[in-house]
Design a protein around this ligand. Sequence first.
Ligand code: ADP
Length: 529
Amino acid sequence: MSGSPFSLLLTRRAVVILGAAVAAPALVLAGLGIFLTLRVAGAIENESLRYNSYMALQVGEAFEQELMAQMRRSITAAETAARTDGTHDQIMAALHAGTGEFIAPEIVPLDQLTGFSLLIVESQPLVFAPATSPTNGSYFSGLLLRDGRGQVVGAGGWWLDPRRFLAEHLNAVVQDRLPANPRLYGGFESTRRLSIQLLAPDGSEIGRVRGAGNRKTARVEYLSGPFERYAVRVAPTSSSAVVWATNFVSLEIAFIGLLGLALVVATVFGLRYTVRQLQLAQIKSGFVSNVTHELKTPIALIRLAVETLEMRRVNTPEEYQMFIGTIGRETMRLSQLVDNILDFARLEAGRRTFQFETVDMVGVTREAVETFRPRLEHQGFRVELDLPAELPPVRGDAIALSHCLLNLLDNAVKYSRTQREIRVAAGTRGTPGEPGYEVRVSVADRGIGIEPEDQKRVFEKFVRLETGLVHNVKGAGLGLSLVDQIVRAHEGRVEVESKPGEGSTFTIVLPAASGAAQARLESSRKTGS
Ligand code: ADP
C-alpha cells in the first residue's frame, strides 16, 4: 500500500493513545461511580438490617406485654383470694373464673417453683415453663401470689397455647401495642412500612401483617419466655424507602454500566473511524503521487521522441521506427491509465454502464493480446497464446472485458523480472447447458508472485504491495480493483493463483451465456458480422 507504513504506525499509535487517554479516565470514573453506589447501597442495607432486627425484638417484647396485660386482667380475683389467706380451693376457684382464653388454671406452690423460669415484663415477674409432655406445646404462664404478710406462696396462672395466642394477638400487637410504645424508634410511621411475619418452630407461618417487598434486609429474631422457639421475621414492604433505594441502586448501576459500555463502544468506533480516515488520507496522497508519476513518465518519453524527430536527429530508418514505436507504446500506456482513472471514477460514482451483448472471448482475447504485443515484444517478452478454436459466448461488454485483459497483461509485464514469459490461455469448465458452465481466460506470468496472505488484498482499490520481493514498479493501485469490479458486474469472478518468486496466474471466469445467445453467436460467426 502506498504511504509510509512507519508514519502510519506512529499515527495509529497516537490515535490509540489519544483514545485511551479519553476512555480510561471515563472508565475509571464509571468504576468509581459503581463502587460508591454499591457502598451507599451496602450502608443503607446494613442500616435496614439493624432496624429490622430492632423491630423484631420490639415485636417480641410487645407480645410479652400483651400476655402480661391479659393475665393481669384475669388474675386479680386470685391475687385477692391469696392476700386474704384464702384456701387453695378458693384461689383455684378465682383462677377458674378468670380463665378466659387460657386453658386449665394451676397453682404451683413455692417449693415446686425451682424448675420454672422467670421473665421480667414491665418490671413484673412472669413465671413460665413448658408442658412436660413433648407433644403438648402448651406453656404454663403465671404470676407470683402473695399472702396477707406479703410472703410469696407460689405462682398462679394458666396453660397457654403459644401458637394460638400469637395468631390471635398479632394484629392487636402490631397495630395497637407496638405503635403505642413511647420508646419506639421511628414511631408509628416506620411500622407502617414493615412486613411482620410470625413463624412456628417448624418454620411454618402463623400469621403476618403486610407482605414483604424485599427479603434482602429481612431479619428473623426468636421470641422469649412462653413464646421461645417461635420467631418473628421483619422485612421492609415494597413502599419502604430501603426497597426503593435498593431498586434505584440496581438501576443506577445498570445506567453507569451502560454508559461505560457506550463510551467504550463509541471510543472503539471513533478510533477505528479516525484510523481509517488517516489511512484514506495517506492512500489518497500516495495515489496522487503515483498517478502523477504514471502520467509524467509516458509524457516525458513521448516529448523526447517528438523533439528528437523534430530536430531530425535520427540517422537511420530503424532509429526513426524506434521513436515512432516509443510514441505509439507510451500513448497506449497513457490512454490505458486515463481509461482506468475514468472507469474508476465512474464505478465509484455508480455511473459506469455496460453495453451487454453476446461476446466471443476468443476474439476479445486475441485482439487484446495483439494490441499489447508491441509493448510485450519491445520489452523482450515471449508470449504464448493458447486459445481454442471457439468458446461458448458470454453476455458482456466487449470493451470493458478487453480493458480487463489489458490490465492483467500490463501487470504481467510490470511484475516480471528476468523470466519474461507470458501465457494467455482460454477454456471452459463444467457441462454445456448446465448451470455452472463457465468460460475462463487466464494471464500467467513468471514474475515476482504474490504472498498467499496478500492474494485477496490486491483486488482492493489503491492497494499496492510492499512485499519483501522488492519491486520498483510504479502504479496507481487501480488495475485489479477495476478488473474485479467489471468482472463482478458480469456475474463472474477473478481467480488468482500465485507463488512468491515463481509467478502469478489471474483468471477471468465468466458464466457461459444461454443456448439462444450461442445460436446468435454462431450465425454472426458464419456471416462474419
Ligand atoms: P498497480 O499495478 O497499479 O499497482 P493493481 O491494482 O493492478 O495496481 O495491482 C495491485 C497490486 O497487486 C500491485 O501493486 C502488485 O503489488 C500486485 N500485483 C498485481 N498483479 C501482479 C502480478 N502479475 N504479479 C505480482 N504482483 C502483482
